[in-house]
Design a binder for this molecule. Structure first.
Ligand code: PAF
Length: 286
């Protein structure tokens, strides 16, 4: 597996693969890879002949006071994991390579509606930063397909929308969240949790599962359901940012008649912001 740092080298390597008739798959990441990322790369290797991964901690998607500076950078360990997973090429650009003219005048991609509310409400500009960098990366790699984790459910919806709206010929695949044995969704930010917080963190997935179970049992009073679970989260020592039940495709607030639902949660444990979700399609037996 080669690692390249410039767009020029990336394009040359991808062009070589294309000239050999290979289909290109792409897994964009911010690094500090865990089994969830490895699962995305493994999935890509099953679908295409040439898998490109990127590692770029994108400043444009972090707000002031967020964890850009302390976001873990572990390139050597990441390279080993990617190699083992069968990745063909790693693109690991610098900020200057991605934004050679700086970020202030950078053309932005914004996906209205889907970017509003949930994480978009508490992280203004976040999804514009994500949509912009993902569009740039897509134009640099020009993959046939790209794979993302469903843990970032709203992000996946935003990316599906931008690909559709901007007529990009790229198939977007969402892969199920990989969890620790106690249910905690794998995330690079879990490394910020101390031992005590790590022991508490599985309450996030338990909360989602409890709500899903109640809905499956016929409960449709969503506000009451949510407020009871918010209290539980607070009692466990979390500071909830949001806990919502939305329609899984449109992300608009769910009604009692909706059948395709997603329960989404973001909460702070100390200074670490954890997010997770549970997709619940009442028409699909589970
Ligand atoms: O999910 C992530 O790791 C990032 O938001 C992404 C998609 C790589 C864009 O920077």
């Amino acid at each position: 597996m080669n690692t390249v740092k410039t767009v020029r080298e990336l394009r040359a390597a991808v062009a070589r693969a294309r000239s050999e008739g290979k289909r290109i798959g792409f897994v964009p990441t911010m690094g500090n890879l865990h089994s969830g990322h490895v699962a995305l790369v493994t999935k890509a290797t099953q679908r295409v002949d040439f898998v490109v991964a990127s590692i770029f901690v994108n400043p444009l998607q972090f707000g002031a006071g967020e964890d850009l500076d302390k976001y873990p950078r572990t390139l050597a360990a990441d390279q080993e994991k990617l190699l083992e997973a069968g990745c063909s090429l790693l693109f690991a650009p610098t900020v200057e390579e991605m934004y050679p003219d700086g970020m202030a005048g950078q053309t932005r991609v914004s996906v209205p509606q889907l970017s509003e509310g949930l994480c978009g409400a508490s992280r203004p500009g976040h999804f514009e930063g994500v949509a912009t960098v993902v569009s740039k990366l897509f134009n640099m790699v020009q993959p046939d397909l790209a794979i993302f984790g469903q843990k970032d459910f709203q992000q996946l919806a935003v990316i599906r929308a931008l690909v559709h709206d901007l007529n990009m010929p790229i198939q977007i695949i969402g892969e199920p969240t990989v969890r620790a044995a106690d249910g905690l969704a794998l995330s690079s930010r879990n490394g910020f949790l101390n031992e005590e917080q790590r022991a508490v963190a599985p309450v996030v997935y338990r909360t989602l599962s409890t709500i899903a179970e109640s809905i499956k049992q016929g409960e449709r009073d969503f506000p009451t359901l949510i407020s009871a679970q918010l209290q539980q989260l607070e009692a466990a020592g979390l500071r909830p940012d949001y806990l919502e039940i939305r329609h899984a495709l449109t992300l608009r607030p769910a009604t009692a008649e909706d059948r395709d639902l997603v329960i989404l949660l973001a909460a702070f444990l100390g200074t670490t912001r954890l997010i997770d979700n549970l997709h619940l399609n009442l028409d699909t037996p589970s």
